[in-house]
Ligand binder design. Structure first.
Ligand SMILES: [Zn+2]
Ligand SMILES: [Zn+2]
Length: 182
């Protein structure tokens, strides 16, 4: 899963491929840790263009994941899509000796530049990084998921209970104590 510079002709290079999640170590580890499951392989469409010494990579990734709802804890399936543009710069072998490495790193980061060495760009890292960034921080099975009852743990979507739905006074008492301790 890489692009060799010589493959990128004047009018650019278009690539489309489908890879299983096991191909991507970072994603495979998320599955192994039980954080999510992938319900589909990763479909990737890429376009690479050479602009002077730079390579601009535009990509679209699509897959589908199963992960637990952050409110009701029920697993649900949701599509995951990423559209991104990355700019790659070939790193000469002597760059690190000639310039202050820290300075180079900072300015490159500011400009959103990814360095690569040699004659090829590794796509695996870029793809799995983009997919990880698309994961929702607080996944919801549906926008109005009612979550679990804080008292008895009943799933309020499926089987609402009869507990009184009020914030428990215990939480506020705990807050007051915190302030007093300061
Ligand atoms: Zn939910
Ligand atoms: Zn309840």
């Amino acid at each position: 899963m890489e692009i060799r510079l010589e493959q990128i002709k004047e009018d650019g290079l278009t690539l489309e491929f489908e890879k299983s999640v096991e191909t991507f170590p970072v994603l495979a580890e998320m599955v192994a840790n039980g954080e999510c499951e992938f319900a589909a392989p990763l479909r990737t469409a890429l376009r690479a263009l050479r602009i002077g010494d730079l390579v601009q990579l535009d990509g679209d990734i699509e897959t589908s994941v199963r992960l637990p709802c952050s409110r009701c804890l029920q697993p649900f399936e949701t599509p995951l899509k990423s559209s991104f543009t990355l700019t790659y710069m070939q790193q000469a072998a002597d760059v690190m000796e000639d310039t202050e490495p820290q300075e180079v790193e900072l300015s490159a980061e500011d400009m959103g530049i990814v360095y690569f060495q040699g004659e090829k760009i590794n796509l695996k890292d870029a793809i799995q990084e983009q997919v990880v960034m698309e994961f929702p921080l607080r996944p919801l099975c549906k926008l109005d998921c009612k979550g679990l009852c804080p008292k008895c743990g009943a799933d309020m979507n499926e089987d609402p209970c009869d507990c009184e739905q009020r914030p428990s006074p215990g939480k506020f008492a705990a807050l007051k104590n915190l302030k007093l301790e300061k």
